[in-house]
Each structure stands twice: as C-alpha cells, then as structure tokens.
Write a new protein. Structure first.
Length: 450
C-alpha cells in the first residue's frame, strides 16, 4: 500500500501520477503530440502562493514558478481582481483597432522602472520569443545593419530567429534548420568551466578580445546591428557573468555603434535581487526584452528602449493582433505594484541565501554537486561525475527531479549539458517553505546517492 508523505506544506496522498491524473494522461497521449516536454506527470487543480495542488489532492512546493513566470506567486489576489474587473468591461479590441488606456499606463511604468534616465518608449507583444524577434527588427531598422551576435549557452526562444540565436542544439534546434542568416555567436563567461590556470580577470579579458576578433574573422563591426545577452543565462544553467565582462561589452558596443540588447525575460521583475538584473552590472542597455514574471502568468511581453531607437520602425511595421492584450496589461500593472510594495527584490536575496546555504551543505556531503551558483533567487547546482574532470552527470538529473516530485517538490533541469538543476521559487515563498523544500531535496539526494 502507498505510504503518504505529509508535512506542514507538502501533502502527497497518492503515487505520482495519481488515479485521476493517470486517466487524463491517457487522454493527453491520444490528443497531444510528444513534442512538448513535461516535468511533473500530473495535472494542476489549484495554485496559491508557492503551492500547487493536483487533481488527486496532492500538494507540492513549487520551486519552478512556471519557469520563472510567477515571481508574485500563484493567483495573487490583486492580479485576480484586476483581471476580473477588466473582463467585466471588455476582453479584447486589438490595440491596432481601438486603443485602451492600460496599454499606455503599462508602457509608462516600464519606461520608468527599466535602467537608464534617458527618454524611453515601449511596445507590447505576446511572448518572450516575440519580444526578442521584434527587438532585433527594431535594432536592424535603426542601425541599417543586419548582423546579430548572441552567446553560447544563450536561449532566446523557439521561433525561427530566436531559435537561430539560441545555441543549444538538442532539443531546441535539431532538425529544424535552415536557420536565420546573419547570426553569430560568442563565448559566454562560464567561470566553472574556464581553463584551470586562468584567473577570472584574465578569462574576462580573453573573452572580450574574442568579441573584437569576431569582427575580424566572421563579420565586420560595421555590419553588426546588435549584441543580445542574458544578464544571467537561464536555460544555459544560471551562468552569471562578471561586472567587468558586461561593462566591457557595453564599451565595445559604444565604440562600434552596436546596440546592446538585454534579454531580461527570465531575470526581470525582482528575480535576481534588483528589479532588473542589468542593474547589478551598472550597465544600461539600448533595448530590453521582458516577459515571464511581468504579469503573474498572463501571456504578455515588452520591448523597452531608447526613444529614438524605438521610433525607427514606421506605422504598421511592428505589432500584432493580440500584442499587449487588455487582460495582460492590467495583470502586469497589478504585478509590478505587488513587486514594488512587497519589496520582492529584497525577498529574493533572502530566499537566495537560504537555498545556497543548504546547497553548500549538500555539496560537502555529495561529490556529484560540482558547483552552486546564481544571482538572487535564481539558483542552480551543477552535477558532475567527477569534480576534477567536471564531466557532466546528465543521467542523474531526471532521477533527482522525479524523486523530488514524488516527495512533493517541483524542480527543473537546465544547462547546455542538461546537468543542472535550477530553482526559481516564487518570491512570496516563506522561509518555512524554503526550508521544507530543501529538506525534501536533501532526502532525495540521500536516497539516490546513499
């Protein structure tokens, strides 16, 4: 007979998937293709704060937050109320047909809170990938140049141009080519895997020299419209660059008239301990892409940038039927208000320290943990077969994640070698909930590793 797992927050009553979930899974197999990857083999019935309850009554601690989309947690009351009020008036008109004031208010808010004191303008879209695609269009239109440079380990979306900028081949690009032309790639500062004999400072300088080398070997600087960078790589495994590297990149862009695009889709809205991750580096980008936690799970995205750059496309050259939906706009305004009033960037720092403290303790116990890293409540551990060789231990990651789910903790993998487990808990997660999650993780590691 199945033994239940009941704690203060977690309550696992059935095997995962439970009987109701199994019935829906059979329907899913018959109606949905295999392409979309699924982490937890069950179906949600209810979410609140940092907790998810499935159709069989099992309650989980959510350390994924819809892949970083729920910094304010599941179903925050103010966001729910804003959505309800909006649908009581109208659901959609398309901003291109008849405008609505909430679009303007959200643009004004993003212009005010994003880095930089210069004049800015904002345009709204549906998804992170769409924001990236349009940021590239704007950059090309403004500069009159065509080439775009991205980084190894970067992830910018699954649409054609965004996928072309993404560097992990499997599963994102394999078999989907040919890709968009005029895209180039640089090495990103991955300090855990740099040459052992090289200092971080020397490593940074060598990587910055490789930017200039690219302009000689692959594409002339005068053809490059923009360099796009994640201030912390998300899918790449929560790899954090140094302040020197990001500032050096800004200097190179300024020298050659190249725009710097910050992809803050996963890092934005308090996740890293500041409203936006670029603030850690003291660097102001020319354009910024945002989505995920902008609206507590409601699909909406934005590109915010210098006003003169944003004005480059003419009427009708950017946009979309559902871009900046009324529901998304009011949800985003309510979400940003919660982040500011509840000081969630500060909360991210507290959560980060608590998670890292536990991960460092586990690192002392389990040799497979090769590195612990992150910025704010964007924390990861990289798993290796041997700490000396740093050979990626990809095979153990799904075992840990599945065993964790069975105990009531939802986690997610990442990394170019698929050997990283990342933690993106809602920033409303309590200290007690963090502690319970880390207890579950430790028990899971102990069970698997002994």
């Amino acid at each position: 007979m199945y033994r239940t797992r009941h704690r203060k927050f977690v309550n696992i009553k059935t095997p995962i998937p439970g009987p109701k979930a199994q019935e829906i899974l059979s329907r899913k197999e018959a109606s949905i293709p295999r392409g979309p990857f699924i982490t937890a083999q069950t179906f949600v019935a209810y979410g609140e704060g940092a907790l998810l309850t499935d159709v069989d009554g099992n309650t989980f601690l959510d350390f994924v937050g819809a892949i970083g989309s729920l910094n304010v947690g599941h179903r925050p009351e103010a966001v729910v109320q804003a959505i309800q009020e909006q649908v009581n008036h109208f659901i959609h008109t398309s901003f291109h047909v008849m405008m609505y004031e909430s679009y303007i208010r959200l643009a004004e808010k993003l212009n005010a809170i994003t880095p930089g004191n210069h004049a800015k303008k904002t345009v709204l879209f549906n998804s992170g990938a769409e924001a990236v695609e349009n940021a590239i269009k704007i950059a090309r239109k403004y500069t009159g140049r065509s080439a775009i440079v991205s980084f190894e380990g970067g992830f910018h979306g699954r649409t054609l141009l965004a996928m072309s900028l993404t560097s992990k081949v499997k599963p994102y690009k394999y078999g989907f080519g040919p890709f968009a032309p005029e895209t180039y790639r640089l090495s990103y500062p991955y300090y855990y895997r740099k040459p052992e004999s090289m200092s971080d400072e020397t490593y940074d300088e060598e990587l910055l020299r490789s930017v200039r080398r690219l302009f000689v070997t692959d594409v002339p600087a005068e053809n490059v419209a923009a360099i796009i960078i994640e201030p912390v790589q998300g899918e790449g495994g929560f790899v954090v660059p140094s302040k020197r590297f990001v500032q050096g990149l800004r200097e190179i862009c300024d020298e050659h008239g190249i725009l710097l695009i910050a992809d803050e889709i996963q890092t934005g809205f308090g996740r890293t301990g500041t409203m936006f991750a670029m603030e850690h580096y003291g660097v102001v980008p020319d354009l910024m892409t945002m989505s995920k936690s902008i609206a507590a799970g409601v699909p909406i995205s934005a590109v915010t940038g210098r006003a003169e750059i944003m004005e480059a496309p003419g009427p009708g050259e950017i946009g979309g039927t559902y871009g900046g939906s009324p529901i998304g706009c009011v949800a985003a305004l309510a979400t940003i208000d919660i982040i500011e009033k509840e000081r969630l960037p500060e909360r991210a720092k507290v959560i980060s320290e608590r998670i890292k403290t536990h991960l460092y303790q586990m690192m002392n116990r389990y040799e497979v943990i090769g590195d612990v890293r992150g910025l704010g409540a964007m924390v990861a551990m990289e798993l290796v077969k041997d700490r000396a060789s740093k050979e990626p231990y990809k095979e153990i990651v799904p075992q840990i994640i599945q065993a964790g789910i069975e105990r009531g903790m939802i986690m997610l993998s990442a990394g170019i070698y698929s050997n990283v487990i990342r933690f993106l808990p809602p920033l409303v997660m309590s200290n007690e909930q963090v502690e319970e999650g880390m207890e579950i993780l430790n028990e899971t590691m102990q069970t698997i590793l002994g």
